[in-house]
Write a protein that binds this ligand. Structure first.
Ligand code: F6R
Length: 362
């Protein structure tokens, strides 16, 4: 049932091209510059959005926040559900609580949703598991259609969640009049390319395996990224921690000089999301700061970027795509890196210690 793959996780990583096809496929209307989500929700009745989720799904919410602000000028926040449910969040009838979940059973997410609803919020679920508890408690569901995810470490559900965030931001942006038709059409054309670009990225696996070989003995890893790639950095670190048990931290790259830079020495591999985009130059100077302190840089960069190979010890090139969509492609080599390192260390990739696939206890 692993379809010839040694682990479910690897199988699911390789399923991502068709998963993206499933998530996006029937929903993109390029001609009209619209997306069809089949939601009952009135987009003009929403004045703010709270993304509520845990772990990997919460990082998808972080990405969603950026996109909603940029494309729809909609104030949006993201928060881990276990914090949200116990503070005193400011919510009213114009607040939309968006819960994001692969399993649809995560208790903290469920309780955060209930808390938001008690306070009058409208609700939407971005969910994978059909008919799960969360789907029954939200007003509207946007299924991500990733298919069953068996490996404990979430991979294909994450890329599908990111794609769903892009759909949602486009939908709001068009409805609110903040996103011009031409720009929407351009984004939709780029979204259509995603399955193929992820397919191409999967071909980097031998290089990623080589890099894993070089660094699998490291005690710690640091992951850096800015803007929409900050959540990618956090997700990369989480994947590595979960399945290899190597300590990994992530920071928005601009925060490095405010503390974590003290960690850098010749023993520390630093994975930097350095794809082309508005903050590319800033990211390059972050790489220089790491190099100046002896750190080993593994850069995720856009194909054709020669400059970066002079700065980083290792470069994993990913195909070019609209900068707002780059996280959907860039996370793939990070999933592969975590996988290859865990395998080299002899870890139980599909069943890491202390973790369960769905967390239904607090
Ligand atoms: C990470 C991982 C967890 C889940 C989290 C939320 O690989 O699997 O961090 O993302 O427990 O689970 P769902 O999405 O089922 O609510």
């Amino acid at each position: 049932e692993k379809g010839g793959f040694p682990h479910y996780m690897l199988k699911e990583i390789y399923e991502q091209p068709w998963v993206l096809e499933n998530t996006l496929g029937g929903r993109l209307q390029e001609e009209a510059g619209e997306v069809a989500l089949g939601l009952a929700l009135d987009p003009l009745a929403v004045e703010r959005v709270h993304f509520l989720a845990c772990g990997t799904a919460a990082y998808a919410g972080w990405y969603g926040k950026y996109l909603l602000e940029i494309l729809a000028r909609l104030p949006a926040e993201w928060e881990v559900a276990s914090e949200y449910r116990y503070r005193d969040p400011v919510v009213d009838g114009k607040t939309l609580a968006v819960v994001i979940s692969q399993s649809g059973e995560t208790i903290d997410t469920l309780e955060a949703l209930r808390e938001a609803k008690r306070r009058g919020a409208r609700s939407l679920g971005v969910i994978n598991a059909k008919g799960s508890t969360l789907t029954r408690e939200v007003e509207d569901v946007l299924y991500i259609h990733a298919g069953p995810e068996i490996g404990v470490a979430s991979t294909k559900a994450y890329t599908a969640m990111l794609a769903a965030m892009a759909l949602l931001a486009l939908w709001f942006g068009r409805a609110r009049g903040t996103l011009a038709k031409e720009e929407a059409q351009r984004l939709i054309r780029e979204m259509r390319k995603l399955p193929r670009l992820v397919e191409e990225t999967l071909e980097r696996r031998p290089l990623v395996a080589h890099i894993a070989e070089k660094y699998h003995q490291a005690r710690d890893f640091l992951f850096l990224g800015r803007h929409v790639q900050a959540p990618t950095a956090y997700e990369g670190a989480l994947k590595l921690k979960e399945i290899s048990y190597i300590h990994a931290e992530a920071y928005p790259a601009g925060e490095m000089k405010h503390g974590p830079i003290a960690l850098i020495d010749e023993h520390l591999p630093v994975v930097v999301l350095a794809t082309r985009g508005p903050l590319y130059e800033k990211t390059l100077s972050n790489i220089q700061e790491v190099r100046a302190r002896g750190g080993k840089v593994i850069a995720i960069a856009t194909e054709g970027d020669e400059e970066i190979s002079k700065l980083a010890q290792d470069v994993i090139y990913v195909p070019e795509v609209h900068p707002l969509l780059a996280p959907i492609v860039s996370v793939v080599p990070l999933q592969l890196l975590a996988y290859e390192i865990a395998v080299l260390l002899g870890r139980d990739v599909d069943q890491p210690r202390n973790l369960a696939k769905s967390v239904t206890v607090e």
